[in-house]
Design a protein around this ligand. Sequence first.
Ligand code: ADP
Ligand code: 5GP
Length: 195
Amino acid sequence: MASEIKPTNKVIIFSAPSGSGKSTVVNHLLKKYPFLEFSISATSRAPRGQEQNGKEYFFFSTEEFERLISEDAFVEYEEVYKGSYYGTLKSEIERIWAKGHTILFDIDVKGGVNIKRIFGDAALAVFVKAPSVEELRSRLVGRGTDTPEAIEKRVAKAEEELTYEKYFDVVLVNDDLSTSLAQAEGLIDSFVLNK
Ligand code: ADP
Ligand code: 5GP
C-alpha cells in the first residue's frame, strides 16, 4: 500500500461485477471528458486479442509482478482471478497527476474499496450494477466473450461482489443505458467540475 502517496488531486473509481456495463460507462466518460485519464493497470495475465503493452495494461510475468510487489511498487494489487494478479503502480498515479489530469480507475470491487480507503474524500467511488443477476447473466451471454462456464463463474463471483456496494459513495444501477450515461456525466460534473 502507498502510504507515501498523498491525495493531491481527485480520483474517480469505477468498480462492478463483470457484465454490469462498467466498461461501456467508463469508455463514454473518457471520450467526453479530456481531463479524465484511464489508469493503466499492471497484470500478470496474458494479453487478449489486440491488447497492447502500455495501452490496456502493462503486462508482466508472474515472477516480474511478484518482484514489483516485493519492491512496494503498487498502491494496491489483487489476485482478481486465480493465478492472475492485477494492480495499480504508484508510478502510474504520479504520471497522470504530473499532467494535471484526473485519474479514472477501472478496477475490481476489492481494489476499488482499497483505493477509496487510501484517497478518502479525494476519491469518488462508483459501484455499477445491473438491475438484477438474471440481467447480468444475459448481458454476459449477449457480449459473447466468455464460455458458459466462465459466465457462471462470473455470476457466482457477482453475488459476493454485490455485498461490497455499501462501501462505495454511489451505486449506479445500469438499467436504461442512456439514463445511466447521463447520471455518470452528472457525477463527473459535480465531483470534478463542481457544477
Ligand atoms: P463490464 O465492463 O461491466 O464487464 P460491459 O460494458 O462489457 O460490462 O457490458 C456488458 C454487456 O452489456 C455489453 O455487451 C454491453 O454492450 C451491454 N450493456 C451495457 N450496458 C447495458 C444496458 N444498460 N442495457 C443493456 N445492455 C448493456
Ligand atoms: P480483465 O482481465 O477482464 O481485463 O479484468 C479483470 C478484472 O480485473 C476487472 O474487474 C478489472 O476491473 C480488474 N482490474 C483491472 N485492473 C486492476 C487493478 O489495477 N487492480 C485491481 N484490484 N483490479 C483490477
